[in-house]
Ligand binder design. Structure first.
Ligand code: F6P
Length: 551
């Protein structure tokens, strides 16, 4: 545990202290702590750049905070951060450095991997992204028939889809005139068909994004799109309508895309951390390279904040420690992220991969099975929509769900009272979660509403709220490229800190392999070229049933 050897870990003082302390904190009411300390909101808020993180509505007091910081210290967090930033191979199972931070290293100070500075290569590819995105936007890079390419289709999955999709949508207000962006990720033919049906091949640019260029979904979708293009415009059109983003030039060439039309990135960039690389090409085309660079600037600002701020004033560190607090000392198994901005609709989906693919692990860095819970389940959606779906459970469910509320003070669409109503709602949610409503208060309300005694007695419990439910409120001025960069980097680093505390490798994803392997075995069985025996009786019966239904 915590990067210590097993013997040391079993004696973790900080962990034991927190376990003991958590028992005392179980019945402590946040509202009482607010009453006792008028400075609580100020004390438990961090302002950085244009961002304020208020974490005062958490079940913590000064001791909790100090003990959690002690846990980070014991986990040697500071050293671990330095190890990541200096290019050490902290992804131990794949023997790789973890350098998404190099992609936005605006200081341009050298970062070495295997004795080689990675910055010149990164800068070269950034230059290529700039040149190409501008050429597409200005219509200088034209399609086969001389038309401007205005329909940009990203073909990729996981990290080669979720980041670009989330960021492109988040910055929709900045899209160039006439540009439309589409994303094809799922192997389901419907995903391809529904996009292609809308498009004109003459004005369509495909970006095939795959770190490995071996992912079956992406290659199958790319092949279908390639055929659709070639059927319409002939083989020479591929060079004008298809580019690739990958670390694997050989596979790109094998696929039939000229490597001159390939944008490279590197093995030290994890798929789910790659939207800052050429994987973000669609973002640069949609919003322009200047905005893409502003996104990198925002991320760099957060990187510097993370690297240099003391832990108590360090946003990603504090958010991670609070997550560990509930996850490991309250047994809470989930965490909701609710952005109150329609443009951030895909942020929760993006964070699901970032957090759960990074930290959903059960073997630690000492090759031992962990004895504690690692990643929580991340879920969420845009407010106020989700207030009308899962918030019932957040308010009255049997266990509490810590929430992050993300609020832009200014909307890109200030129409009438819309944004003020939205803001009133988010502030009401966090206050309601904390305050709750006692049975007595519920009864009084029912009485004031003219209910009979029997009705009051029957309804009062149903209408009560336990309260004391924690949340963080993250306020920014507006969701622009810079702020988005800050926000995403904040969550990347939060995820890293959690992984450090849990002493796991947050940068591999071996848990996705088994299902992939088995799908390859089942495919010929479904197609009838292989026998389906050798499975459990359920899987075999399902294969046989599907074959029968498809006949
Ligand atoms: O889901 C597993 C995974 O390997 C992710 O980590 C990755 O983002 C995704 O598949 C896509 O991989 P690639 O970019 O290599 O196609």
């Amino acid at each position: 545990m915590f990067g210590l050897n097993k013997k040391e870990a079993d004696k973790s003082r900080a962990w034991k202290r927190l376990e003991k302390h958590a028992k005392k904190m179980r019945n402590v009411e946040m509202l009482e702590m607010f009453d006792k300390d008028p400075d609580r909101a100020k004390k438990y808020s961090i302002n950085f750049d244009n961002m304020t993180v208020d974490f005062s509505k958490n079940r913590i007091n000064d001791k909790t905070f100090a003990y959690l910081l002690g846990l980070a210290k014991e986990a040697k967090l500071k050293q671990k951060i330095e190890q990541m930033f200096s290019g050490e191979k902290i992804n131990i199972t794949e023997n790789r450095a973890v350098l998404h931070i190099a992609l936005r290293n605006k200081s341009n100070k050298p970062i070495y991997v295997d004795g080689k500075d990675v910055m010149p290569e990164i800068n070269r590819v950034l230059g290529k992204i700039k040149e190409f995105s501008e050429a597409v936007r200005l219509g200088k890079f034209k399609g086969q028939t001389g038309k401007k390419l205005t329909n940009i289709v990203n073909i990729g999955i996981g990290g080669s889809d979720l980041g670009p999709k989330m960021a492109t949508e988040a910055l929709k207000k900045y899209w160039g005139k006439g540009i439309n962006c589409y994303f094809i990720s799922n192997i389901d033919g419907t995903a391809c068909a529904e996009v292609l049906n809308k498009l004109d091949p003459e004005t369509t640019l495909f970006i095939a994004c795959s770190k490995t260029f071996t992912t079956i979904e992406t290659l199958t979708n790319a092949r279908t799109c390639r055929k659709w293009l070639v059927d319409a415009l002939g083989e020479p059109a591929v060079a004008k309508h298809f580019v690739a983003v990958s670390t694997n030039a050989d596979e790109v060439a094998k696929f039939g895309i000229d490597t001159a039309n390939m944008f490279e990135f590197w093995n030290f960039v994890g798929g789910r951390y790659s939207m800052w690389s050429a994987i973000g090409l669609i973002i640069a085309i949609a919003v322009g390279y200047d905005n893409f660079e502003k996104m990198l600037d925002g991320a760099y600002a957060m990187d510097e904040h993370f690297r240099t701020s003391e832990p108590a004033k360090n946003i990603p560190v504090v958010l991670a420690l609070l997550s560990v607090w509930y996850n490991n000392f309250f047994g809470v198994r989930n965490h909701a992220v609710v952005p109150y901005d329609q443009y951030l609709t895909y942020l929760p989906a993006y964070l699901q991969q970032l957090v759960m693919e990074s930290n959903g692990k059960f073997v630690d860095l000492n090759n031992k099975v962990v004895k504690y819970q690692t990643s929580p389940v991340i879920f969420g959606g845009a407010g106020t929509d989700v207030q009308h779906s899962f918030f019932q459970m957040i308010h009255q469910g049997t266990s509490f769900v810590p929430c992050d509320f993300i609020i832009p003070a200014i909307s890109h669409n200030e129409i009438g009272e819309h944004h003020e109503i939205l803001l009133a709602n988010v502030l009401a949610q966090s206050e309601a979660l904390m305050k709750g409503k006692t049975v007595k208060e519920a009864a009084e309300e029912l009485k004031a509403a003219g209910k009979t005694k029997d009705e009051i007695n029957f309804l009062k419990k149903y209408k009560s709220f336990k309260g004391n439910r924690p949340s963080n409120t993250i306020i920014v001025k507006k969701i622009d490229a810079y702020t988005l960069g800050m926000l995403v980097a904040m969550y990347e680093h939060k995820t890293f800190v959690e992984g450090v505390i849990w002493n796991i490798d947050s940068f591999d994803q071996m848990g996705v392999e088994l299902g992939k392997q088995m799908a390859l075995k089942i495919l010929p069985e479904l197609q009838g070229s292989k026998d389906s025996s050798g499975h459990d009786s359920s899987t075999k019966a399902l294969i046989d049933l599907i074959r029968k239904l498809r006949k």
